[in-house]
Design a protein around this ligand. Structure first.
Ligand code: NAD
Ligand code: MG
Length: 405
């Protein structure tokens, strides 16, 4: 914060897909941004390479053993970078005095506390990590307003919606002239796969997305359409709308990133090539614009834009997400927790693809949600939901594996 012309940036989760795309944009603007802190879970070599290239003040690894290895490499290379570990390390990176902007790019509920720490410290927060908002949207929005922190969506759909909102719009408020939001969805890798073939799809097939290259968790979410379900809840918090004001449309080209309908019938859309560097650059520079490295959209090459309704029979995760969104309270946190457990079990080949919605449905129907949405209530129901989903998988997995159920 000392040098006002150069903005300091912390990336929480710099070794992931969003983190790498953010560094790509930052590297194009050395005179505008300075990397202050980088954090990762366990990937020592990749974080070390990023440290050598961007020379941050701090590097944090959640895992203390990995942090030890990183510190060793940094010392051997003669670099002057402080190495920290654990939750305290992530919080330190999120609130470093030289940090103006924090990019929240950790995957899953693990990003909740460091991201909230950045919000409470009044930093500009670029939200890629959607799970914390799904779990505890109310807490995030209230704390952001209290600390006067700018919350800027990086999820491509939400960034598109933000760009289509009226001048002066701030995330977490409502715009009275907005009637509806259209959330576009590519349909994922199984958009055209028949229902009976879905049970046998593998993690590799689920992670091969037609339009985006992403981390494994969000790739599976995109295949089950739970990603769109989480985005529905995310949109309700960011744009002050109800679940019934959000319409999900399948749009396989991923060129329109989402749309906003106004009361006068106008519908505004944001278009572009599917490349996360566009929303990242938008949120970094907002309200200005910077180059992102994304190539120009060739409309003639795109040729046509198609739209259809999502199939809730083949993709029950979307129905479960609508139910949790309408129920409110801690239900979205329970949905998210059960989903994280089920996706990990699928990636570990302990359950099949179509078991993912079964695990979530079981957890939603058997765990009473709380009306209260304090952080404590959310974290406690998150833990209870993980236990229940784990137990269900442990009881079912052997039968699922043998194809009995
Ligand atoms: P990823 O798996 O590629 O990267 C995750 C990052 O988080 C890595 O740097 C990893 O080291 C770190 N991390 C993982 N577990 C951690 C833990 N327990 N504690 C601390 N750090 C941890 O994921 P991604 O695809 O970059 O997605 C990140 C977030 O952004 C997700 O919430 C995802 O839904 C969202 N998002 C991603 C995309 C995309 O295109 N990849 C698009 C929209 C939204
Ligand atoms: Mg998205």
């Amino acid at each position: 914060r000392s040098d006002r012309s150069i903005r300091g940036v912390t990336i929480l989760g710099s070794t992931g897909s969003i983190g790498i795309n953010t560094l790509d944009v930052l590297a194009r603007h050395p005179g505008k941004y300075r990397v202050v802190a980088l954090t990762a879970n366990t990937q020592v070599d990749r974080l070390f390479e990023q440290c050598r290239h961007f020379l941050p003040r701090q590097a944090v690894m959640l895992d203390p053993r990995a942090a030890g290895q990183l510190a060793e490499k940094i010392r051997a290379a003669g670099l002057d970078i402080e190495v920290l570990s654990g939750a305290e390390g992530l919080n330190a990176a999120a609130t470093h005095p030289q940090t103006h902007t924090v990019v929240a790019a950790i995957v899953g509920a693990a990003g909740l506390l460091p991201t909230l720490t950045a919000v409470r410290a009044g930093r500009r927060v670029l939200l890629a990590n959607k799970e914390p908002l799904v779990m505890s949207g109310q807490v995030f929005i209230e704390e952001a307003q209290r600390a006067n922190a700018e919350l800027l969506p990086v999820d491509s759909e939400h960034n598109a919606i933000f760009q289509c909102m009226p001048d002066g719009f701030r995330a977490g408020t409502a715009a009275s002239a907005v009637r509806r939001i259209f959330l576009t969805c590519s349909g994922g890798p199984f958009r055209a796969t028949p229902a009976e073939a879905l049970a046998a799809v593998t993690p590799e097939q689920a992670c091969a997305h037609p339009n985006w290259v992403m981390g494994r968790k969000i790739s599976v979410d995109s295949a089950t359409l739970m990603n769109k379900g989480l985005e529905l809840i995310e949109a309700c918090w960011l744009f002050g709308v109800t679940p019934d004001q959000v319409e999900i449309v399948i749009h396989p080209q991923s060129v329109i990133h989402s749309l906003v309908e106004y009361v006068d019938g106008s519908v505004l859309a944001q278009l572009g090539n599917p490349d996360m560097r566009t929303p990242i650059a938008h949120a970094l520079a907002w309200p200005e614009r910077i180059e992102s490295g994304v190539r120009s959209l060739n409309l003639l090459e795109v040729g046509r834009l198609d739209f259809s309704a999502p199939d809730l029979e083949r993709f029950p995760c979307l129905r479960l997400a609508y139910e949790a969104a309408r129920a409110g309270g801690t239900m979205p946190a329970i949905l998210n927790a059960a989903n994280e457990v089920a996706v990990q079990a699928f990636l570990d080949r302990r359950i099949g693809f179509t078991d993912i919605p079964r695990v979530i449905g079981h957890t939603l129907s058997n765990l009473p949600a709380s009306r209260e949405t304090s952080l404590d209530a959310v974290l406690s129901d998150d833990r209870r939901a993980r236990r229940m989903a784990d137990d269900f998988i442990a009881a079912q997995a052997p039968r699922i594996k043998q194809g009995v159920t």
